[in-house]
Design a protein. Sequence first.
Length: 414
Amino acid sequence: MRIAVEGCMHGELDNVYATLLHMQEVENIKIDLLICCGDFQAVRNEKDLESLTCPPKHRSMRSFWKYYSGEKVAPFPTIFIGGNHEASNYLWELYYGGWAAPHIYFLGFAGVIKFGNIRIGGLSGIYKKYNYLKGHCEKLPYNEQDIRSVYHVREYDAHKLMQIEEPIDIFLSHDWPVGITDHGNLKSLLRDKPFFEQEIREGTLGSKPAADLLDRLRPSYWFSGHLHCKFAALVQHGKDGPITKFLALDKCAPRRKFLQIVEVESGPGPYELQYDEEWLAITKKFNSFLPLTVKRADISGVTLDMQECRQFVRDKLQARGAKPFDFVQTVPCHDPSGSAAISFFSGHCRNPQTEGFLQFLGLEYLLDNTFKSREPAGSPAFFTPRGSFEYDSEDIPIDDVYDEEELKEDETQM
């Protein structure tokens, strides 16, 4: 199976797809799948643009809306995770994952999906320690604080991923696992990005939850974006343990290293996306504890047996099949002519894919509980996660990264 890996999309779907089609023709190969490591910017219309956090000069419709509307169709199956420059209002509709457009699948705030017999997992967003222990407390329509914190990784989502027992082939995170620079060519990296040196020395460049997930899941491949450079590493797990091949890629722009073709051993095609049984069971087990206030998730009362959840999911998949629910448009699409007068709903929109997914698992729909009143911060509930999620008072200053010349501008908007 040939998989194209892309760093940060920043809405440049037309350019990425055109590049891959050219590569197919020139190299006489067939690309089976495109994976994007965040900053996808699934902007459907002008209202979504208001939920997109990025420097003003980068805020524009770009090209995703063409694929959402059906004007264009993705030439390759595409899977993406969220980064820190997203239309977060749309991604919240698809919190559990789903088709953002035909043939373009969002992996969810955390998720695992199968493509053929390849298991692909991912964690959306970036790590900020001051929001990590909170629940998903942002309320629609987002205020200035919410629009910046909604894409910060939460302990609850990372904890669910830490429950995975079966092998993962590919894992995606937007920011890098902290410490990954110890396993690659650090001198070369610092020649290109000298301002990384202090954070690398302090052990704060990257995501601590991602590092713990890397240590626990030990996937064959780990792909990231965010820091807008290409960096490769090999992580040996234990003296005789498996090796994870890590690769970070740049953003889609001229003369940038934003694409890589990876050949992964797999069964024979044709390949299609399917739900992952283990992940659905984990989702069923923990869904009622989805935290929607600032309070830390309290899962001390989880009583569902994992084996019972697996059998429930297995029976459901056998009865219905494992294909994800079909794509459905939920809002009007951008009109480039400007002739259509459209009024936009600014609150939460229930996506039929998400409703169908939860009904399939016999779960309550909780996502629009974010309309409840904003609760003041309180003492976190007791929560002992599996594995180690180290937590300290040091902040990670790199949030929005485009390139060296824009770094100071970006940091002023954190």
